[in-house]
Design a protein around this ligand. Structure first.
Ligand SMILES: Nc1ncnc2c1ncn2[C@@H]1O[C@H](COP(=O)(O)OP(=O)(O)OP(=O)(O)O)[C@@H](O)[C@H]1O
Ligand SMILES: [Mg+2]
Length: 487
């Protein structure tokens, strides 16, 4: 292949007879190598030219006899590279880096290289970096604004004094690094609080990583949290895998459903919380790594009861319970029902793109009679159902009759799914939304297991859920007991 003339290098006097020499004799980079005693073992012509030295001044000399070679000698001693320091020789500045040369775990020398031979080049570089930094900051700011839009504290609706007190506390501690424990029944907003805290803190430009401690099988949880190195176990990914804690470095790790964490993992988590270091599985040769992560844990369980029953470590509880946010159930903040209904109604309406434009006060009044055991989530789901029903019937506003229809019409619930007694709510004998959905789910999984002759991977695939989630649900609904009972 012909090389166009403009890409041909001028080889001076045939001196550069191969590529290796060309690299070593790069006219733009000064190179110097010291042996283990600090003697100059190699230098290139650029080094001589730039420093105004003659070959005889340098060859075989100790570095200190030529000029003050402090940085290189330091690297020779410590084995730790020194990068990008400013260096002055004969009144001229340049920027250099020095790296140790290590053979069989022994430092046998140091190589020093100029990064910028001319100060003007360095100034250009700094200007460019400043421009990049400005661009990066502008992007971070944009991301922050977007995140705040989606996950700020303003997403947390409620004026109930207890709720506001907790929201205030969360806002106050958001920008500290204190560990937070969020407790509250299902659907009270634990996830929402955790996100609001992260996205209102200085950590918001880094990751918010959530891990559901209940959904991951015990034997996988450790590698999920702490990661593993290549070849640790059969099936391990090439190059290993970073754990969630490491992914959350400089950000926040949200340990959801912490109450379900197996005791063996609780011990390991406690060590992490004390040391703030991780040692991925199979890493007997590597050093533990310091991690700067903010921990938020959440549970809908009574952890003190779990401790008394021997399922949760008290020492871990103390570590997590630095700041406690106990979210009240909706039945204890019924004064927020109208506000929540109004906001959730707008949100769902936007998402569903329906043309329902209001919800009548008489309809909202009906909501006060219920205990909402599934809390805000149940209210949200219920409002969604009423919007669907009203818009299917061609209405533009939700009326009390729509609510009553959903509450009173037994037929809305496929009786086939109602195989356990429904939990009766004030004045009606319907199940809560959660009970209802659980029943549907249980029935679906049971049928799928039957269809696929108990092949759980096939069932997980068919239902498009993770196998670990399937196992969890099988346990939750006691389907494993049914399985072992069937012939
Ligand atoms: N104060 C609130 N304002 C607005 N929406 C809320 C509020 N609390 C909860 N929600 C909504 O209710 C639903 C459930 O909230 P979230 O997932 O945070 O609850 P949770 O406590 O984590 O529940 P679980 O224990 O089941 O995980 C979400 O859709 C959330 O947007
Ligand atoms: Mg949650």
């Amino acid at each position: 292949m012909m090389i166009p003339p403009k890409y041909k290098y001028e080889l001076i006097g045939g001196y550069f007879d191969d590529a290796k020499k060309y690299v070593l004799e790069d006219p733009n980079q000064a190179i110097i190598v010291l042996d283990e005693k600090g003697r100059i073992a190699y230098f290139n012509n650029t080094f001589l030219r730039h420093q105004g030295l003659q070959r005889k001044d340098v060859e075989g000399r100790f570095i200190d006899d030529v000029y003050v070679g402090g940085r290189m000698l330091k690297v020779l001693k410590s084995g730790i590279p020194e990068k990008g320091y400013v260096f002055m020789v004969n009144g001229r500045h340049f920027i250099a880096s020095s790296y140790p040369i290590i053979l069989n775990n022994r430092i046998i020398g140091v190589i020093g290289r100029s990064i910028f031979l001319e100060t003007e080049d360095a100034i250009e570089f700094v200007k460019m970096m400043n421009k990049f930094e400005e661009e990066l900051n502008a992007t971070k700011e944009k991301v922050r604004k977007q995140d705040e839009l989606f996950s700020g504290f303003d997403k947390l609706i409620g004026n109930n004094p207890d709720f506001l007190r907790i929201k205030d506390l969360a806002q106050t501690v958001a920008n500290t690094d204190s560990t937070i424990l969020i407790t509250g029944e299902s659907g009270t907003g634990k996830d929402l609080f955790a996100k609001a805290i992260h996205y209102s803190s200085k950590r918001k430009v880094n990751n918010f990583i959530r891990i559901n401690c209940a959904a991951i099988p015990e034997q996988l949880l450790e590698s999920e949290l702490f990661g593993y190195n290549e070849g640790t176990f059969t099936g391990a990914l090439k190059g290993g895998k970073k754990g969630k804690i490491e992914l959350a470095d400089k950000g926040t790790i949200f340990l959801d459903e912490i109450g379900e964490m197996p005791l063996s993992m609780q011990a390991k988590l406690l060590v992490f919380l004390q040391e703030k270091e991780i040692e991925p599985l199979g890493s007997q040769f590597s050093q533990p790594r310091k991690i700067d992560v903010r921990v938020i844990a959440a549970t809908n369980q009574d952890l003190e009861k779990r401790i008394a029953e021997g399922h949760f470590r008290q020492d871990l509880y103390f570590r997590l319970n630095v700041i406690k946010l106990s979210l009240p159930p909706l039945r204890k903040r019924k004064d927020d029902i109208a506000l929540l209904t109004g906001e959730l109604f707008k949100k769902i309406n936007r998402r569903l793109e329906t043309s329902i434009n209001s919800i009548e006060p008489e309809a909202i009044n009906l909501f006060y009679d219920y205990d909402w055991l599934g809390n805000v989530r149940e209210l949200e789901n219920f409002i969604e159902k009423t919007i669907v029903v009203a818009s299917m019937e061609g209405y533009t506003s939700i009326k009390a009759e729509h609510i009553l229809k959903l509450i009173n019409k037994q037929t809305l619930i496929p009786t086939a799914y109602l195989e356990v007694e429904t939990s009766s709510q004030a004045g009606c004998n319907l199940p809560t939304m959660k009970t209802y959905l659980n029943l549907c789910e249980k029935r679906l999984i049971r049928e799928a297991l039957k269809d696929m002759k108990g092949d759980k991977s096939a069932v997980a695939k068919a239902l498009d859920i993770h196998i670990s989630a399937l196992y969890k649900k099988i346990n939750k609904y006691g389907l494993n007991k049914e399985e072992s009972r069937s012939p």
